[in-house]
Design a protein around this ligand. Structure first.
Ligand code: PLP
Length: 500
């Protein structure tokens, strides 16, 4: 049977835009214009692929994108439909200059009041590091889980629930099985504490474990939020060097209360720590009787191989405290992170958490638990992995094509790429300020270093300094929040600035 003409989207193989992008843009436009009305069914991916003469994958990926952006919704056993909440022609009437005076419907008003024009929220600029592409997030799926949960729990989830300062047991149980399957973290769900982002976990652990002048060994360059949390607790920071393999393990005799590390993917250089060094880190923590804080912030994003097992899975002495976050894998404003605590710290952590706040937003925690249990979490990770892998490829290919004078060591994953310059630090600084003036958000690598005048925070109480050069000068690029098309045009502009 011939397909209805509304789905006959013209696709042009000669354009640099992929067929998948052309198809999803074409569908979006027709939905927005009301040509494909709200609530109407879409052809199956197989049918549409046949009618348009493209591969089925092209259609599946375009549908996936629109599902993630909320244009489409999937109904179990019925297929894919245009989201019933989208009132295309009404929304469009509002946007067109000189449109009729018809009063907008409530739905249309809601659609029109997008965050960007109403609340002055901003999107990341190329190539801001550490930004997930929140447009890939399956909002309609999330909303339908959330609605179902609110209907079935009634008003229960709306009360204070100070019996659960470590978070909703349902979510802690869902996380325990995710961590065991995907990260080799073996723990009881009672050891898991939900926090408002992993930054809050770092803050609470600093308060809990450190006294004035205690020593903390910390990666340099490294995550500034961790340093700030430990410094606020009065600690003295001792930088650990980072090379192309990640952190250089400290001497076994180095005294410390906490050793903080990002072994799966060193932040910000992206190196993945080899097993021999992981074992040395564990040995150093054992000897110093230090807590080893493993910040596993984005290990899900390893593109050609499965993620490496966590440090926690190698630890036989119970010294590792494992931290994770939903900020990169789902979206940052969710503010859900978690920490796997050794038994001896659970009740003290619980008391401290209760002082900061009772339990965090319970509706989101309940929604997330169901999102994980239903498998949507895993499909979202797969979708992001695929999209990000092709963005990384597009990013590196464009950098190469435009002969941008930076070295990008192979990291096979993550959300950022550090480009090393062969010149002096002053050259890097000059380039960085020119990029900033041209509207790019590309920090200098030295901004993450404790020992640099450019550091994001320059008042550290550092105990020892490296007596070797800190590291090469470079720039840190995030690539995950930008579609290949945007990456290509942004790299072309960036190359022009750098070649000036
Ligand atoms: C290494 C590292 N750890 C922790 C965090 C904090 O994440 P959250 O948003 O969960 O507080 C970040 C955020 O960028 C990060 O880069």
């Amino acid at each position: 049977m011939a397909r209805q003409p509304v789905f006959a989207i013209p696709l042009n193989r000669d354009l640099s835009t992929s067929l998948q992008d052309q198809l999803s843009d074409g569908l979006k436009e027709r939905i927005r214009d009301g040509i494909i009305p709200a609530g109407s069914p879409l052809p199956s991916s197989r049918e549409l692929a046949r009618d348009l003469g493209v591969s089925r994958n092209t259609v599946v990926n375009a549908y996936d994108r629109l599902l993630g952006e909320g244009y489409l919704e999937s109904r179990p056993r019925s297929g894919v439909f245009v989201n019933a909440a989208i009132s295309g022609s009404a929304g469009n009437t509002l946007c067109r200059a000189g449109a009729t005076k018809r009063l907008p419907t409530r739905t249309a008003r809601r659609n029109f009041r997008t965050p960007t024009n109403d609340m002055k929220l901003v999107e990341p600029q190329p190539f801001r590091p550490c930004q997930p592409d929140v447009r890939l997030f399956p909002l309609s799926r999330w909303n339908s889980i959330r609605g179902r949960i609110l209907r079935s729990s009634g008003t229960l989830l709306l009360n204070y629930q100070s019996r659960h300062p470590l978070g909703l047991p349902l979510l802690r149980q869902a996380l325990a099985s995710y961590l065991s399957e995907s990260r080799g973290v073996r723990c009881r769900w009672e050891q898991i504490a939900i926090t408002c982002g992993s930054q809050q976990a770092l803050f609470l652990l600093g308060q809990l474990l450190l006294k004035l002048d205690d020593k903390v060994l910390i990666e340099d360059p490294g995550y500034v939020g961790a340093r700030q949390a430990f410094e606020l607790a009065g600690a003295k920071l001792i930088p650990m060097m980072v090379d192309e393999h990640g952190v250089v393990p400290p001497e076994k005799s180095a005294p410390a209360k906490i050793i903080y590390t990002t072994p799966s993917r060193q932040f910000p250089t992206g190196a993945s720590l080899p097993v021999a060094r992981r074992l040395q880190m564990l040995a150093a923590a054992r000897t110093a009787n230090a807590w080893l804080l493993e910040d596993d912030y984005d290990s899900e994003f390893r593109y050609s191989r499965p993620p490496l097992p966590s440090l926690h899975s190698l630890d036989s002495a119970g010294r590792v405290i494992y931290l994770g976050s939903m900020s990169k894998v789902l979206f940052p404003s969710l503010r859900i992170g978690y920490v796997v605590l050794p038994d001896e710290l659970i009740s003290r952590f619980e008391s401290l958490r209760l002082i900061v706040e009772d339990h965090g937003p319970l509706i989101d925690q309940a929604t997330l638990a169901e999102f994980i249990d239903s498998g949507s979490f895993y499909s979202h990770i797969r979708r992001c992995r695929k999209a990000y892998a092709s963005r990384l490829e597009a990013f590196l290919a464009a950098m190469h094509r435009h002969k941008v004078p930076l070295d990008f060591p192979f990291t096979d994953g993550g959300m950022n790429q550090t480009g090393y310059l062969n010149g002096e630090q002053v050259t890097a600084e000059r380039i960085s300020s020119r990029l900033l003036a041209a509207g790019f958000d590309v920090p200098l690598l030295s901004r993450y270093s404790m020992q640099s005048p450019n550091s994001m925070q320059s008042s550290y109480s550092i105990l020892y300094r490296h007596d070797v050069p800190v590291h090469r000068s470079g720039l840190v690029f995030g690539f995950t929040a930008f579609e290949p098309r945007t990456i290509q045009s942004a790299v072309a502009r960036l190359a022009a600035v750098m070649h000036e």
